[in-house]
Design a binder for this molecule. Structure first.
Ligand SMILES: Nc1nc2c([nH]c(=O)n2[C@H]2C[C@H](O)[C@@H](COP(=O)(O)OP(=O)(O)OP(=O)(O)O)O2)c(=O)[nH]1
Length: 314
């Protein structure tokens, strides 16, 4: 009987910052291999890829980062013959994070180096890494490097309508829904949301409550994105989304299945993005699932830069 070796999953980020008016990226010189790569590492058991990317950047470089735009997936066969699949994001590194880095050369990483994209391209040891860097370079050329995310979240699994005697808005999460809410914490923190907006319905507020507690943010309840308002035809999705796009801080917006298409539509309209399946598919979320819609900080009306959709883990 032949054995098929399973792929090894990993995640990392093209870390970038502006030095002397020019974008520089971070490459790592690895001690054992003597090669130059984009920082990344293997998924720990039970961890999601966005969490892995943030943890690995922290461990390898001492830098605390939040994820930006997804930059694609590289695949290669390791010398052992096993396939490696690596998911990458862009990650803006603040000056504060650089100052706080505790990096010391170690058995894994001999040195960190901040260099221009052109130089990084010539230093990187492997073609798959160069392709990921090229994806980042394309964003730089379009002038959309600085981004923020609107994280459109569908509440976790709730008690069915028929089985609940109280008002629809007071329907609680099921046990699975509570587990989904807990599992969202680590994952959503990878994008470091700075604002949490939720429909006032219990199933939505309790979906974001663990995240609020872990990130010491309060939940802003807004009836404009409630299902009751939507069913009555007096929702205010445009106002809620317009504000998120104007403010330009990464935010979680937690709402209901039927309201999500309207939320995605308003993000597209507010940013001058043509409507299409790319936009509407992002609203097709399972309970506890979310889409991160990446927008330009310097020019939000330049359209949606990227959308990534994540299934619930539970
Ligand atoms: N980082 C990287 N390594 C590659 C690529 N192509 C390629 O053959 N390698 C080689 C270098 C090593 O000999 C071998 C394993 O390196 P690796 O970076 O995938 O795996 P690792 O377990 O050492 O490191 P990590 O995933 O925990 O960060 O694969 C590539 O595109 N990127």
């Amino acid at each position: 009987m032949s054995q098929v070796a399973t792929a090894v999953y990993a995640a990392g980020a093209v870390c970038w910052r502006v030095i002397g008016g020019r974008i520089h990226v971070l490459v790592v010189h690895r001690t054992v291999y003597g090669d130059v790569t984009i920082p990344k590492g293997k998924v720990d058991p039970g961890e999601t890829l966005p969490e892995t990317a943030v943890r690995e950047i922290g461990e390898e470089t001492g830098l605390r980062v939040a994820l930006g735009v997804p930059l694609g997936v590289s695949r290669y066969a390791m010398p052992s013959g096993r396939e490696k699949i690596v998911h990458y994001w862009a990650a803006h590194v603040t000056e504060k994070a650089v100052q706080r880095s505790t990096f010391r050369p170690n058995a894994e990483i001999a040195a960190l180096e901040w260099i221009t994209i052109k130089r990084a391209r010539s230093y990187l040891s492997y073609e798959p890494d160069r392709e990921i860097l090229d994806n980042f370079a394309a964003l730089v050329e379009q002038g959309v490097t600085d981004t923020f995310g609107v994280i459109v979240l569908r509440h976790g699994k709730a008690q069915p309508r028929g089985a609940w005697k109280g008002t629809d808005a007071s329907r609680p999460l099921t046990e699975r829904g509570v587990k989904q809410a807990a599992a969202l914490v680590g994952m959503l923190r990878a994008w470091a949301p700075r604002k949490l907006v939720s429909s006032p319905a219990v199933r939505c507020v309790t979906t974001v409550a663990p995240l609020a507690a872990a990130s010491t943010l309060s939940v802003k309840r807004d009836d404009g994105i409630s299902q009751d308002a939507w069913e009555a035809g007096n929702d205010e999705v445009r106002r809620v989304i317009g504000k998120r796009v104007r403010v330009g801080k990464t935010a979680v917006v937690c709402s209901h299945g039927p309201v999500l298409p309207e939320i995605m539509r308003e993000i597209a309209l507010a940013t001058g993005t043509p409507l299409g399946s790319y936009v509407s598919d992002a609203a097709e979320l399972e309970v506890g699932g979310f889409s991160v819609v990446h927008l330009s900080s310097s020019n939000p009306s330049s359209g949606i830069i990227a959308i990534e959709t994540h299934e619930p883990r539970v």
